[in-house]
Design a protein around this ligand. Structure first.
Ligand code: NAG
Ligand code: NAG
Ligand code: NAG
Length: 493
């Protein structure tokens, strides 16, 4: 062997030793990382735990806040807003009714021909219209005239299947998904615009009279018969289908609940007791909070960094807007402290709300042996190109912990309502909760966990009389049904 060759061999040997050392060090580091990751996960699981006793504490706290909110204004986390809806549809409604659903960049108009108990919904038609951006930040007359003129066109296209009683004006149920202070079933003043709307001179005005004026300006003989929150509309739609519906819960991007309360139990109600003896309460339950809620450092940081710190705590734990974001925060921690996704922290993982709940749901439901959906989603939405199976399993586990906690807490909220109604024990009559919202509809594990937790809390006997069921009322049919049940022509007919 020549000198050069010997030299080369020595260098190679040295390099081999160095490589071995590196591999060993890497393995050790890697083992350490997994141990740390396991510890972070274990802590998350502990902090998110919702054993049935804990769920009952949450349910009891919910019931207590409901009482407080019915007692007087502005002392409770739950506003318990009186909707003025004291006549839910019975199924006997007849005639032609319209609905308008305004709450985002699109609005929907709908008409329905109701045929009474036998005919039910004889025919239904809807149309969606998108609002030009400049109208979302302009004057109120311009916006409402645009909506009214869309209604004019829609009414013009009314076919033969729809008939208005002679001598009547068309009546409209108006779902207006912005904060309003309701003053009667068909009036309410706007508190503030949200969701990208910024309209001049509407705050403090009655939104119904603004719309009625615009309808008049457009020469349309139509009047608003009911101003409703979407949750109240869902309750009405649910009740129309099933007489045993007592509450509605929305679990979508946001969350809310409404239920039917005995008017004499609403201490802050100063008006005359309605004939039905009942009034629908819009709970605004997203703002519920309690020391019994299992909160983690991730939730606290999310809240502090949010636009409304301290508010909407329940919503921040259970709704579609936030579940993916909680998961992202845990993943970021793992990426930084345990190199879950390699030596560099994936930059996209640092972007708030980049991991949306539908993506979380897709990863959570991945049943492939190598979790290829998880791998693909991590790549597509977080720019993380290659992940070990072990890392993907961690991702699924985090989704599981966060989704289950949310679903179980939502169930506890529902039990809180049942308890307020005295319907949580055994031997109860059939009790139905109308559900709506994409989170409940599309996130199967979430839905199943919610049902499972209800069962666990109520026990087999009581839970056999409680039905939680999807009512597809995103359409706003409920608002048109409320226009029917609150029609000003009712007494005359
Ligand atoms: C929400 O609850 C907090 C207390 O947790 C309260 O300070 C706040 O006023 C409530 N917000 C609304 C809109 O009711
Ligand atoms: C009604 O619904 C929307 C959500 O769709 C919400 O933002 C609003 O604050 C609700 N409540 C009231 C009292 O208007
Ligand atoms: C649940 O809702 C579906 C349709 O939305 C209906 O067909 C079904 O009968 C309901 N189940 C119960 C138990 O009410």
């Amino acid at each position: 062997m020549g000198k050069v060759a010997v030299g080369a061999a020595v260098v190679c040997a040295a390099a081999a030793v160095a490589v071995t050392a590196l591999v060993v060090r890497h393995r050790m580091r890697s083992a350490e990382c997994w141990a740390r990751a396991a510890a972070v996960l274990r802590e998350l699981e502990e902090k998110c735990a919702t054993p049935v006793e804990k769920l009952w504490e949450v349910a009891d706290a919910m019931t207590k806040e409901m009482h407080a909110g019915l007692e007087s204004e502005d002392v409770s986390k739950l506003k318990m807003i009186i909707s003025y809806v004291d006549k839910l549809p019975t199924g006997d409604e007849r005639g032609l009714f319209y609905a308008l659903d305004l709450g985002g960049t699109n609005f929907r108009v709908l008409r329905v021909q109701l045929g009474g108990r036998e005919g039910r919904v004889v025919r239904q038609e809807a149309k969606e219209v998108s609002i030009p951006h400049d109208l979302m930040v302009g004057g109120s007359d311009e916006l409402f005239d645009f909506i009214a003129s869309a209604l004019v066109k829609f009414v013009d296209s009314e076919g033969e299947d729809f008939h208005l009683h002679s001598g009547r004006q068309r009546e409209l149920g108006f779902t207006f998904s912005f904060p309003v202070k309701q003053t009667s079933v068909a009036s309410g003043t706007l508190i503030k615009w949200t969701k990208g709307f910024n309209i001049d001179g509407m705050v403090g005005e009655d939104v119904v009279s603004e719309l009625n004026k615009a309808l008049q300006r457009q020469g349309l003989g139509m009047q608003v018969a009911a101003l409703v929150n979407d949750t109240v509309g869902t309750l009405a739609g649910g009740r129309y289908d099933d007489n045993d519906v007592v509450a509605a819960v929305i679990l979508g991007t946001g969350t809310n609940a409404a239920y039917v309360e005995r008017a004499d139990a609403i201490k802050k109600w100063k008006g005359p007791l309605p004939v039905s003896g009942e009034i629908v309460i819009n709970m605004e339950w997203g703002n519920f909070s309690s020391s019994h809620l299992p909160m983690t450092e991730y939730d606290n940081a999310l809240d502090v960094e949010s636009l409304n710190p301290g508010d909407q705590i329940f919503e921040k734990l259970i709704s579609g807007m936030y579940l993916g974001e909680i998961v992202r925060r845990v993943l970021l921690r793992l990426a930084m402290q345990t190199a879950l996704f390699g030596d560099n922290v994936p930059p996209q993982l640092k972007i708030p709300f980049v991991l949306r709940t539908p993506v979380m749901s897709a990863m959570h439901h991945d049943t492939s042996a190598d979790l290829k959906v998880v791998g693909a989603k991590l790549k597509e939405f977080l720019g993380i190109s290659s992940t070990s199976l072990k890392a993907r399993k961690v991702v699924v586990q985090i989704c599981d912990i966060v989704a289950k906690r949310g679903a179980r807490l939502a169930a506890a909220g529902i039990v809180g309502i049942l308890k307020k109604l005295g319907r949580e024990g055994s031997g109860m009559r059939r009790t139905v909760i109308a559900m709506d919202g994409g989170l409940y509809e599309h996130y199967t594990v979430f839905r199943e966990c919610l049902h499972g937790a209800l069962n666990e809390m109520l026990g087999d006997e009581a839970s056999s009389s409680v039905v939680v069921n999807l009512t597809n009322d995103g359409s706003g049919l409920g608002a048109s049904l409320l226009a029917a049940s609150h029609s000003r022509y009712l007494e005359q007919s």
